[in-house]
Design a binder for this molecule. Structure first.
Ligand code: ZN
Length: 297
């Protein structure tokens, strides 16, 4: 306990970087990570396989590409991380960005309108292909923040439609609210349910609306039977996969840091769950990712 208490931030990052799981067997065809937080990964956990890399982002991209994860979507959660993602996407051909104020961030802002104007300015950039993550979170934000959260969500939907970008939804214990607001505003052409967390019934509601369901490491958890039922009824061309790194590390490495190079674990588990051929699933995920965010190059 004492050693943990006296550990500096950089010491902690270095220790955690040493906890990255080994690289899985490469996939037979390239796929993408539809939702990752490289900024948080680099600052909180370090870089998989290259603790002292001169360009940590390039190192993370390289390790992922080596196992067949050759494209990724960097997701913004506030003005700073959104701007960072847009700049990284301009520098790295493997990266595209989305920009937004996270639903738990929006209620905390002193000037929501000013922050939304900054997000809108970033939304116009070419390699910013999505607006997100935005949505509703009833888990971390209480009643007092609900109105600001909804106002922010509605504003993000409008920005996505104005700029023709994909909407990336964060939905935590707020399935009905998310659908109600999307139906009320009118959903943009492409909607991704990030880290899909509903059951079969909610999946059917999303599938019917043409939304894409992005499955994270959670689909590999032993406790996630209803999530696997949801995946099983989702058409192949509405499935995406993501890490949400550095969070949600798939089985058997729960508790250790996550990064895009671990996507093969989730893809293989998903293929087994839905009874899909691994090659076919990879090809479908890749095509759906290009439709939602592409082209990368
Ligand atoms: Zn996220």
């Amino acid at each position: 306990m004492l050693s943990l208490m006296t550990e500096s931030r950089s010491q902690r990052a270095a220790r955690r970087a040493g906890e990255f799981p080994p690289a899985p067997e490469p996939l037979p065809r390239p796929v993408l990570d539809s939702h990752t937080h490289l900024d948080i990964t680099v600052s909180e956990v370090g870089v998989p396989g290259a603790a002292d890399a001169a360009d940590p982002v390039a190192a993370a991209i390289e390790v992922a590409a080596a196992v067949g994860v050759d494209r990724l979507v960097q997701v913004g959660v506030d003005v700073d991380s959104s701007r960072w993602g847009a700049e990284v996407a301009d520098r790295h051909p493997a990266v595209l960005a989305t920009v937004a104020l996270h639903p738990n961030e929006a209620p905390r802002l002193a000037d929501l309108d000013a922050a939304l104007r900054e997000i809108e300015a970033l939304a116009a950039r070419d390699r910013v292909r999505g607006i997100g993550e935005t949505g509703m979170d009833h888990y971390r934000t209480g009643d007092e923040g609900r109105a600001a959260q909804e106002e922010s969500f509605r504003a993000h939907i409008a920005i996505a439609k104005r700029y023709g970008k994909t909407l990336v939804i964060h939905d935590r214990e707020a399935h009905d609210e998310v659908l109600r607001i999307l139906d009320d505003e009118g959903a943009p052409d492409t909607v991704v349910m990030h880290c899909f967390s509903g059951d079969a019934q909610f999946a059917a509601e999303c599938v019917r609306r043409g939304f894409l369901l992005s499955f994270a490491g959670t689909v590999t958890f032993a406790s996630a039977a209803s999530l696997r039922e949801a995946a099983a009824l989702t058409p192949l061309d509405q499935i995406l996969v993501e890490t949400d790194a550095p969070y949600l590390t798939p089985t058997p490495y729960r508790g250790r840091p996550n990064a895009s190079y671990l996507i093969p674990l989730t893809v293989r588990a998903l293929a087994a769950t839905i009874g899909a051929d691994l090659d076919d699933l990879c090809a479908a995920i890749s095509a759906t990712g290009e439709r939602a965010f592409g082209p990368w190059h």
